[in-house]
Write a protein that binds this ligand. Structure first.
Ligand code: GTP
Ligand code: MG
Length: 210
């Protein structure tokens, strides 16, 4: 993917505020502090397009970023952080469910997991929401720089069994080393292709005789 431009378009909490138009969207979901915003920044080669923070729960809105003239990357608010105020937690679920179930532009969700952690209940639920709404999940295991090779293999097995995933369904990533960036772009680009049209009959095929 050649990123010529990447710009912040707007933040939204509800459909009336989503961007107009029909650019396809790829959203990024995962627990607070997992590294969603860092992944988006690496993909678009920008240090600070999306604000990152060591304080979990920083991103509480749906943030839309346009890449080239072609598509949007959508940074979703994280889940599972205990210290986020209850009022914010209550808003999270309907905000996410509405976006995931109603947004026609949405082509896939990159679900991000931390290589060091066992997936939490919200991760399991997110994956089953995606399956229920027939949204393609692109599962990314991040912060791979933080573990040894052995630890990576061990943790991957734990994560896959908890989520019922095959090894071919996960991509490994590190925002520090940028490992995995190209592979993740390839998976995103596949989802951005327009759906194949239904095969139409040959134009000169003989019409069925009556
Ligand atoms: P919220 O918006 O709060 O939900 O967090 P987020 O998922 O967007 O995480 P963010 O990208 O802000 O990263 C959280 C912290 O993890 C920051 O301190 C990042 O520098 C760090 N981080 C993110 N990705 C990596 C990675 O691949 N390796 C290492 N070592 N640190 C990372
Ligand atoms: Mg963030």
């Amino acid at each position: 993917m050649i990123v010529k431009s990447a710009l912040f378009v707007k933040s939204a909490t509800r459909p009336a505020h989503y961007p107009e138009g029909d650019l396809p969207e790829i959203a990024f979901a995962g627990r607070s502090n997992v590294g969603k915003s860092s992944l988006v920044n690496v993909l678009v080669n920008r240090k600070n397009l999306v604000r990152t923070s060591s304080t979990p729960g920083r991103t509480q809105l749906i943030n839309f970023f346009q890449v080239n003239d072609d598509f949007m990357l959508v940074d979703l608010p994280g889940y599972g952080y205990a210290k986020v105020p209850l009022s914010v937690k209550k808003e999270w679920r309907p905000m996410m469910e509405t976006y995931l179930s109603k947004r026609k532009n949405l082509r896939a969700v990159v679900l991000i997991l931390d290589i060091r952690r066992i997936p939490v209940e919200e991760d399991v639920q997110m994956l089953s929401w995606l399956r229920a709404y027939s949204i393609t999940p692109i599962v990314v295991i991040t912060k791979c720089d933080k573990v040894s090779k052995n630890e990576r293999a061990k943790q991957t097995a734990v994560i896959m069994s908890k989520l019922g995933l095959e090894k071919t369904e996960v991509s490994f990533f590190s925002a520090l080393s940028r490992e995995g960036k190209d592979g993740i772009w390839e998976r995103i680009e596949t989802q951005l292709q327009p759906p194949q049209a239904e095969a139409s009959p040959e134009p000169d095929a003989p019409s069925p005789s009556l």
